[in-house]
Design a binder for this molecule. Sequence first.
Ligand code: TUI
Length: 326
Amino acid sequence: MKTRLGRRLTELFELDYPVFQGGMAWVGTSELVSAVSAAGGLGIIGSGNAPAAWVAGQIELVRARTDRPFGVNVLLVSPHAPSIIDLVCRERVPVVTTGAGNPGPHMKRLKDAGVKVVPVVSSVGLAVRLARAGADAVIAEGAESGGHIGETATLPLVPEVVDGLRADGHDVPVVAAGGIADGRGLAAALCLGADGVQMGTRFVCTPECIAHPAYKQAIVNAGDRATEVTGRATGHPVRAIRNQFTREWERLEAAGTPAAELEALGAGRFRAAALDGEVARGTVIAGQVSGLVRSVEPVPVILESIVKEAEAILRRLCEEPRSERA
Ligand code: TUI
């Protein structure tokens, strides 16, 4: 099934659905990426802190499973970011998304290699700077997201970015991220002027994702108030599900523990939660939509149902009220 929703995005990236899968460290591996891309969305390998050789292996695995477009997310704070950028240029990966930094210095080389560049931004200023520098689209990520976040919520951020880009004469497509997990979220994002959405948390809760079953279950069990943000004091705010570890972190942060000590304490905690199922002592990164994710469902089912739901909502809003039709 194809959709007419988000055509600017689906045409630019050759997708059936205007839906990106967030490039998540540890869990955004070839299994999930190839499933999302094969089903018509954009699967994105999460390189996190992994070396380029690992990413090269993942690219090969995705290509063995699907010939549809896919992406690689480069975490710009990683020491491996420069070598991963060399790799994606060499491999002519269709799309690169970037996180936790400004990809401006790498833009020309990526574009010259034919790689489409889609930075994650959490402010209008950076969105405009990067669109001027040649970004093919931007992902406007609100503070509802899991992981490292900015300050502004998705509902204001998306139209602010849309307006900022338009006013600057760089009307590139905008992908809304943060707080989106179903067809209502997709329809809402389109109403805000976005051309599509990116989802992370919802795609973790799929059989295709390699995340530990306990990690998926922690998200499924979570309610609307389950997540919290820690690390504001160290300048690296991270949203995760509240647990034994986030409580311990809060206690230490309030006691004035030095940032370096806190950072050291947090090392390896996301991997422990995501792959080893340490959901009490690890960092269970997830977005506020955890309260909306109620079961583990296959990737193609999620993509189809979200798009169908959004289409039905948008169609219904244009119809006459029922009483007048009767
Ligand atoms: O990157 C994410 N989510 C993440 S990254 C992560 S691991 C991490 N490790 C060390 C430090 C920080 C994170 C866990 N989750 N989402 C994309 C995102 N990018 N959100 C916000 C930003 C962002 C922040 C600042 C993008 C650009 C930026 O620019 C700063 C500048 O240089 O202007």
